[in-house]
Structure formats: structure tokens, C-alpha cells
Design a binder for this molecule. Structure first.
Ligand code: THU
Length: 131
């Protein structure tokens, strides 16, 4: 579905989104970008808070941003952070992706060296909770 050039372009978009991260407590910046079923792109970054528990991950910020603009379904979401291997999304973000996923949703996990892994969301988070 995505060729290498498209994957690397999405990772670049996520890297640009990551530049806006507000991560003064963990110093761990995350950028995310998603493409919806109408081919719109939406990005997000993590935003931390002095009251640590109020911090929000990059993936969820991208999704909430997208929903506020009318996004219905995620076709692909790319996530990047400065990790040893590709950054794997946290459990809370997986549950939120689940809400807007289809059986074809793809996750691109990447790091700043542009090492990446492309996985089907259903393989990353089977049996997700939905009402
Ligand atoms: N973080 C994300 O943005 N996404 C993840 O999937 C894992 C963690 C953020 C939360 C916090 O701001 C920082 O990374 C350190 O945990």
C-alpha cells in the first residue's frame, strides 16, 4: 500500500511535528502524523505539564486534532521519537487508535535515524475494546 518513498515522507512529516513537542520534563519528544480515509494529513506532538499526569502523547494529540477537523478513520499513522529502535506506541495510544482504526490501518513506527517498522494495527493491538 505504501512504498518506501511515501513511508520516508511520512516519517519526515512526523519529525517536523516532533519539533513542536513540549517535553521539558521527560526530554523525550514525540511526533506523529496520520492520513485519514480522505487522504488528509494531521500531525501532533507530545505536550507535557508541570502536573505530570496531565501530559499527552503525540499520537493522541494527532488523533484529537484530526477528529476536531472531521477525521473518521485512520488509514496510516506514523510515529517518531529518539529511540534505539522504532518507537512503539504506548497502550493508551493503541486504545485511542483502535477507536478510529479499520482492519487495514497501518502503523509506521520510526526513530530519528529513520529506522522503521511497518505493521498492521490489528497485529499491534488485537482484541481492542470498542462499544
Ligand atoms: N509519549 C508519547 O508521546 N507517545 C508514546 O507512545 C509514548 C510516550 C510521550 C509521553 C511523555 O511526554 C514522553 O513521551 C515520555 O514518556
Amino acid at each position: 500500500m505504501l512504498n518506501e518513498k511515501e513511508i520516508l515522507e511520512l516519517i519526515d512529516e512526523a519529525i517536523i511535528a516532533r519539533e513542536s513537542a513540549y517535553a521539558k520534563f521527560s526530554n523525550f519528544k514525540v511526533g506523529a502524523v496520520l492520513i485519514d480515509d480522505r487522504a488528509n494529513h494531521y500531525s501532533g506532538c507530545n505536550v507535557e505539564n508541570s502536573s505530570y499526569g496531565l501530559s499527552m502523547c503525540g499520537e493522541r494529540n494527532a488523533i484529537f486534532h484530526a477528529v476536531s477537523k472531521g477525521m473518521k478513520k485512520i488509514k496510516v499513522i506514523a510515529i517518531v521519537g529518539d529511540t534505539e529502535g522504532p518507537l512503539s506506541p504506548c497502550g493508551a495510544c493503541r486504545q485511542v487508535i483502535n477507536e478510529f482504526s479499520t482492519e487495514d490501518t497501518i502503523v509506521i513506527m520510526a526513530n530519528m535515524k529513520k529506522e522503521y517498522k511497518v505493521v498492521k494495527f490489528i497485529d499491534l493491538f488485537p482484541y481492542g475494546f470498542r462499544l
